[in-house]
Design a binder for this molecule. Structure first.
Ligand SMILES: C[S@@+](CC[C@H](N)C(=O)[O-])C[C@H]1O[C@@H](n2cnc3c(N)ncnc32)[C@H](O)[C@@H]1O
Length: 367
């Protein structure tokens, strides 16, 4: 599935293409996509394919195509403070993007069948929190991933505002999924080869809308050994944040608001400056026509005048290329400046506080 938009050279390029093709339609979804580099969820050596609109599978690791994630993120209608459940949470790419929108007072849970994939997702999440500048630009709801078969969730589980299922759902399991939803909530899942958005409108009523024709690998069914009852999967508890945690959220928020007022350009994830695409256009003077068979074909005839024009064009091209090279150099410089400036971090570092408290406010981030 995928291939709906042209391949990008990097994450920003991919997002530009998804926007242009109308898969990404809202600012907050665009910001989340720009903040998380899809390439970071690939294994080293496979990254080159990360910016193509294609699904990727390697062993148990499986990412859906970017056009699907864009539709899913838009269809979920995410807002701050919502609770989200990701069934088949895989690498954690989608859960991390969702966490940037629902913010610190949301709930972000994922259930994944394979232990090695959950370990991979935890590693990727840790890397994002420790190393990404995007982390300081947003208020984040950290996903909690657990191993289990999402078709075996305990029947007394809490319900969620938003649910996504990343693998094909059989018609038999449609009601099971719908029951996990709070009234007013939205469930997005592939069912009968359609990515479907289901809104729970009442205790016993749902509205359903097909979004996109898709082809997903099906959810792995429960492991029902002879006569045995599968162990129910207990979802992570919804916990209240500690006072210490709340203080950090509010201090960071106050400082971020302050720095955003001082330098508004830093408030959003910036799109890195675009590389100029070289366009070479050779003009030739058409000064004669010849018959080839019964067709009249334009022919450029070399003359001293032509040679002079050719030379001029050559010179112009060379000058343009040199100019481009200089501009690219400047762009790269400004990318580095953009990357180097983490205003929130700088602000925290200047506070007259003990080092241990600064480290806590910075989430012990390494950069
Ligand atoms: C297309 S991938 C989803 C990728 C994910 N959206 C991400 O951001 O990386 C589908 C995932 O569903 C998982 N899966 C399949 N059947 C499952 C089940 N019954 N319970 C839990 N996870 C399941 C697969 O192991 C796989 O990781």
């Amino acid at each position: 599935m995928g291939g709906a938009v042209s391949a990008g050279e990097d994450n920003d390029d991919l997002i530009d293409n998804l926007k242009e093709a109308q898969y990404i339609r809202t600012d907050h979804v665009e910001q989340a996509f720009r903040a998380i580099d899809r390439g970071d969820y690939y294994l080293v050596g496979y990254r080159d394919n990360a910016y193509k609109d294609l699904a990727w599978k390697h062993g148990n690791i499986h990412l859906s195509a970017p056009c699907i994630y864009s539709e899913v993120m838009e269809a979920l209608k995410l807002q701050q403070g919502l609770s989200f459940l990701n069934l088949g949470s895989g690498t954690g790419y989608l859960s991390t993007m969702v966490g940037l929108i629902i913010g610190p007072f949301g709930v972000n849970h994922g259930v994944e069948l394979h232990r090695d994939v959950v370990d991979y997702a935890k590693e990727k999440l840790d890397d994002f929190i420790k190393n990404s500048d995007s982390f300081d630009k947003f208020e984040f709801c950290e996903p909690v991933f657990m191993v289990g078969n999402c078709l075996e969730i305990s029947s007394d589980s809490h319900q969620y505002d938003r649910i996504y299922c990343g693998a094909g759902v059989q018609k038999d399991h449609e009601n099971y999924m719908k029951i996990l939803l709070k009234v007013g909530g939205i469930l997005v899942m592939p069912i009968e080869d359609q990515l479907t958005q289901i809104t729970r409108t009442g205790q016993c009523s749902w509205e359903s809308k097909n979004i996109l024709a898709v082809s997903f690998a099906p959810l792995v069914q429960q492991n029902r050994a002879e006569g045995s009852k599968p162990d129910a999967v207990e979802l992570p508890p919804v916990t209240v944040r500690s006072l210490q945690d709340l203080s950090r959220i509010y201090i960071r928020r106050t400082l971020r608001d302050l720095t955003n007022k001082e330098s508004p350009d830093n408030s959003l994830v910036q799109r890195a400056p675009q590389k100029r695409k070289r366009r070479r256009c050779r003009r030739r003077r058409i000064n004669t026509y010849v018959f080839v068979g019964n067709q009249l074909i334009p022919q450029a005839v070399e003359s001293e005048e032509d040679e002079r024009i050719e030379e001029e064009q050559h010179k112009e091209e060379k000058e343009a290329q040199e100019k481009e090279a200089k501009e690219e150099e400047r762009d790269i410089g400004s990318i580095e400046i953009l990357k180097a400036v983490n205003v929130l971090r700088d602000k925290i570092m200047t506070l007259p506080l003990p080092e241990s408290l600064k480290a806590y406010l910075l989430h012990y981030r390494e950069k």
